[in-house]
Design a protein around this ligand. Structure first.
Ligand code: NAD
Length: 357
C-alpha cells in the first residue's frame, strides 16, 4: 500500500490528476509541510543500502516493509544506525558486479532503489577503472535482473548525479545539455559513468517497459555520512580542532540538500506514477553558499577554534552548481523543507555525539 502524508495526516492515494491539483494548490505551503510519502507492505531492494543515503532510506522504510540491503561493505553507515538488527531488515554482503548475486537479492522484491556506486572525488581519483566497472556494469546487472525478474518490478529508481552538468550549472533543468568533461580528469570519469547509467535506465524503460526513474542528487548532507563530502569533512575537522582545508580560494558555490529531503524525493519517485521514464533534479536551490562561507559557518556553529586553511587543488572542480527543481515540484510534489542553518545544526549534533576529539 502506498500513501502520501502531508503535515502528519495520512491521505489515501487519490490518483494522478487530483493529487497533482492538490500539490499545485499547496505548493506555497509545502516548505512548512513537505510531502512525505509512506510506503507499506512491500519488499524493497536497496543496492548500496549500507551507504549514507541508502541507510537513511532504509530507516524510513523498515518499520512498514521488508528491506533488503545489498552492499559490498565498501562503506557502512548501517553499522551505527538504530535500525541495525531490525527484524524487517536483511543485509546481504555482495557486489553488484556479481550478476547472479544481484538476481538472487532481487527475488521477491517489487521495488528497487539502485544506489550502489563508487562515489566521492578522492575515491574516484584512486580507482577510476573500478568506478567505471561498478557504476556501469553494476547498473547493467541491476537493470537486467529487474528485466528478467519473475516477480513484477513496479518501480526501479536509479542514481545518477548532478555532476553530469559539468563545472558551471546555474539553475540547471533536467532537459539542459549535459557535459562530458575532459578525458583524463577522474572527476568526469565518475560523471560519464553515471550519465551512462541514466541513459541505460531510460532506455530499459523505452525498449522493455521497465518502470525506471533516475535521480540527480545535488550535494546531499546530513547525519550518517561516512563517505566524502565537504560538510562531513569540515564538521569533523572543526570538532577535532583541526584546520578546515579549503580547495583553492573557496569561491566554489553549491546548493546543499538535507538528507531527509532527499529521502522524500526518492519516495516520491517510488510512488508517483508520473515519475516513470523521467530523470529528476533533487536538491535545495535555497540553501546556496560558497565553500569558504560554509567553512566559516561550521566553525561558528560548532564553537570551534579551528582556522581555515586554503590548499592548492589541481584537479577539475565544479565552480557553480544550483538546481532548478521545478520538474520535481510539478510532477512529484517534491519540495525541500530543511534549510541550511537547520540542517547544519542537526548534522553537527549528530557528529558531536560520535566524533572522538
Ligand atoms: N551524496 C551525494 O551528495 C550524492 C550526489 C550525487 C550522486 N550520489 C549518488 O547517490 C548514491 C548514494 O550515494 P551515497 O552518498 O549514499 O554514497 P555512499 O558511498 O555512502 O553509498 C554507496 C554505497 O554503495 C556501496 N557499494 C560500492 N561499491 C559497491 C559494489 N561493487 N557492490 C555493492 N555495493 C557497493 C558502498 O559500500 C556504499 O555503501 C550513489 O550512487 C552516488 O553516486 C550521491
Amino acid at each position: 500500500m502506498i500513501r502520501v502524508t502531508r503535515g502528519g495526516i495520512d491521505r489515501p492515494w487519490i490518483g494522478r490528476l487530483s493529487y497533482s491539483g492538490y500539490a499545485r494548490r499547496h505548493a506555497r505551503s509545502s516548505q512548512q509541510n513537505p510531502v512525505r510519502p509512506v510506503i507499506s507492505d512491500h519488499r524493497i531492494l536497496l543496492t548500496g543500502g549500507a551507504g549514507f543515503i541508502g541507510s537513511a532510506l532504509a530507516a524510513r522504510l523498515v518499520d512498514r516493509n521488508k528491506v533488503v540491503v545489498f552492499d559490498s561493505g565498501h562503506r557502512d553507515s548501517l553499522r551505527d544506525s538504530p535500525i541495525a538488527g531490525h527484524s524487517n531488515l536483511a543485509v546481504i554482503k555482495g557486489d553488484v558486479l556479481d550478476a547472479s548475486a544481484v538476481r538472487s537479492a532481487m527475488r521477491g522484491c517489487d521495488l528497487v532503489v539502485h544506489l550502489a556506486a563508487i562515489a566521492g572525488v578522492d575515491t574516484v581519483l584512486q580507482m577510476p577503472v573500478t568506478t567505471m566497472q561498478v557504476n556501469i556494469i553494476g547498473t547493467y546487472n541491476v537493470l537486467e535482473a529487474a528485466r528478467e525478474s519473475e516477480h513484477e518490478i513496479n518501480r526501479l529508481v536509479d542514481f545518477s548525479t548532478s555532476e553530469v552538468f559539468g563545472s558551471y550549472a546555474y539553475k540547471v533543468r533536467e532537459a539542459d545539455l549535459t557535459s562530458l568533461g575532459a578525458v583524463g580528469e577522474a572527476r568526469w570519469t565518475y560523471a560519464v559513468s553515471k550519465l551512462a547509467t541514466e541513459h541505460m535506465a531510460h532506455n530499459y524503460h523505452r525498449q522493455f517497459g521497465l518502470p525506471a526513474v533516475s535521480i540527480r542528487p545535488f550535494n546531499i548532507y546530513g547525519p550518517g555520512q561516512v563517505g566524502e563530502g565537504a560538510i562531513h569533512r569540515f564538521i569533523v575537522q572543526a570538532l577535532r580542532g583541526e584546520d578546515l582545508t579549503i580547495h583553492n580560494d573557496g569561491s566554489q558555490i553549491r546548493a546543499w540538500c538535507y538528507v531527509d529531503d532527499m529521502i522524500n524525493g526518492i519516495l516520491c519517485c517510488l510512488t508517483r506514477p508520473e515519475a516513470v521514464g523521467h530523470a529528476f533534479n533533487i536538491g535545495n536551490p535555497r540553501s546556496v553558499v560558497t565553500i569558504y562561507n560554509l567553512a566559516r559557518d561550521i566553525v561558528r556553529l560548532t564553537g570551534s577554534r579551528s582556522v581555515l586553511r586554503h590548499v592548492h587543488w589541481d584537479n577539475a572542480d565544479v565552480e557553480l552548481r544550483i538546481p532548478n527543481i521545478e520538474k520535481a515540484r510539478q510532477l512529484l510534489g517534491y519540495e525541500p523543507a530543511v534549510d541550511l542553518d537547520e540542517g547544519l545544526a542537526k548534522t553537527i549534533e549528530w557528529y558531536r555525539s560520535r566524533v572522538v576529539v
